[in-house]
Design a binder for this molecule. Structure first.
Ligand code: AMP
Ligand code: ZN
Length: 116
């Protein structure tokens, strides 16, 4: 698996420790951190260690599966048995602001639908 990083990417800087974060998980391929601006009582970002701009740019089913399994595992560990939401904002219309793939894991309250 590629280990490329982008020197201008804030999440690459989080991954290499240049930017501090509250880490909830750290494994060979991914980290999970608390979101700086939480939108729910639980708001975690799960991201690959390699720089990849978005899910649209990721071709690896293994890494995709790894990230989703990680999100589910954290939801279990955090006892979000009433439910949770996984969001992957992608591109401009998708509301993506940080162009390093990340899964939002949100929980601890009920969410509405449709999303804004
Ligand atoms: P998105 O809009 O889907 O690209 O989400 C980017 C998320 O990253 C937002 O929820 C921000 O609050 C969050 N964020 C930005 N910078 C940091 C950081 N240094 N540490 C943790 N979360 C961050
Ligand atoms: Zn990056």
């Amino acid at each position: 698996m590629s280990t490329n990083t982008d020197a201008n990417c804030i999440f690459c800087k989080v991954i290499n420790g240049q930017i501090p974060s509250q880490k909830l998980s750290d494994d060979e391929h991914s980290i999970a951190i608390s979101d700086l601006n939480p939108q729910a009582p639980v708001h975690i970002l799960i991201m690959p260690k390699m720089h990849v701009a978005s899910i649209a740019a990721l071709d690896s089913p293994e890494l995709t599966g790894h990230l989703f399994q990680k999100a589910k595992k954290l939801a279990t560990e955090l006892k979000l048995e009433k439910g949770f939401r996984i969001v992957v904002n992608t591109g401009d219309d998708g509301g993506q602001t940080v162009h390093h793939l990340h899964i939002h894991l949100l929980g601890g309250r009920a969410f509405g639908w449709p999303p804004g």
